[in-house]
Design a protein around this ligand. Structure first.
Ligand SMILES: C[S@@+](CC[C@H](N)C(=O)[O-])C[C@H]1O[C@@H](n2cnc3c(N)ncnc32)[C@H](O)[C@@H]1O
Length: 253
């Protein structure tokens, strides 16, 4: 059953955190953030704890305010929020061409609202991947309550890792125009300048099509953005997620 009453909100608050520890979990969660004195290093190294505390603390609010699906969708005049979310889920199922017998993975599935709706709409089997144990337990309860336990299930993320963190050399080195390298010469500042002149010349001579230089320019802008994002620690292209199917069939809740 969906838990959308004020009492459900209160009883679910804290997720897997014991009730008497909710207050200290809120303190710890807030203290990760800059406005409470938290530092980037602590947030980064405690990413899993930060994310888990967040979802343990907020999930019952989400259910209370948003229902079983925690996303957004385009919305028509006269359409309720819930209707618009379901329509979005049907849209996704149609776009994917889902049918009975197909198996789909929903990455970051919440408590499985979209997963259940898509399974009912398309008859496909959907597995939800999530990093939060409380959301998975809610998802299993809800699957069971609507008779979807046989076709839909959940898998918990075992670990997530930014492989960039332990990389002996930064992954963005080849894109960093402030570096010099002979074997990656074309990507250095001088190499890029030569490419720029080359493409410009080829375009002027009509060897390369009109617009080629602009493509080269926006690729350079993108490369600079990637390097900046990496140096500021807000972007990684090698985020690794390890998940494992349950070894034994878990008893449904
Ligand atoms: C905004 S909610 C959306 C949930 C769901 N897609 C829906 O629309 O109802 C984001 C979800 O992603 C999950 N999540 C965040 N980081 C994750 C990670 N690294 N691995 C797996 N799930 C993750 C959260 O636990 C949460 O359930």
């Amino acid at each position: 059953m969906s838990k959308t009453s004020a009492l459900d909100l209160a009883s679910g608050l804290g997720g897997k955190i014991r009730k008497e520890q909710v207050k200290s979990a809120v303190d710890q969660y807030e203290n990760y953030h800059e406005i409470y004195g938290g530092e980037v290093e602590s947030r980064t190294s405690n990413y899993a704890d930060l994310a888990n505390k967040y979802y343990d603390l907020v999930t019952s609010f989400y259910e209370y305010g948003w229902g079983e699906s925690f996303h957004f969708g385009s919305r028509w005049q006269g359409e309720t929020l819930r209707e618009s979310l379901k329509r979005h889920e049907h849209f996704l199922a149609l776009q994917l061409g889902l049918k009975k017998g197909m198996k789909v993975l929903d990455v970051g599935c919440g408590i499985g609202g979209p997963l259940r709706e898509i399974a009912r709409f398309s008859s496909a089997s959907v597995t939800g991947l999530n990093n939060n144990a409380y959301q998975i337990s809610r998802g299993k309860e809800l699957n069971f309550s609507v008779g979807l336990s046989e076709t839909c299930n959940f898998v918990k993320v075992v670990s997530v890792k930014d492989l960039a963190e332990n990389s002996p050399l930064p992954w963005y080195l080849p894109l960093d125009s402030s570096q010099f390298s002979l074997n990656g010469f074309r990507l250095t500042r001088v190499g890029r300048f030569i490419t720029h002149i080359l493409v410009k010349t080829l375009e002027c001579l009509h060897v390369a099509p009109q617009g080629s230089l602009r493509v080269s320019n926006f690729l350079e802008t993108a490369a600079d953005g990637l390097v900046k994002g990496a140096k500021e620690g807000i972007f990684t292209p090698i985020f690794f997620v390890l998940a494992r199917k349950p070894l034994d069939k878990q008893p449904e809740i």
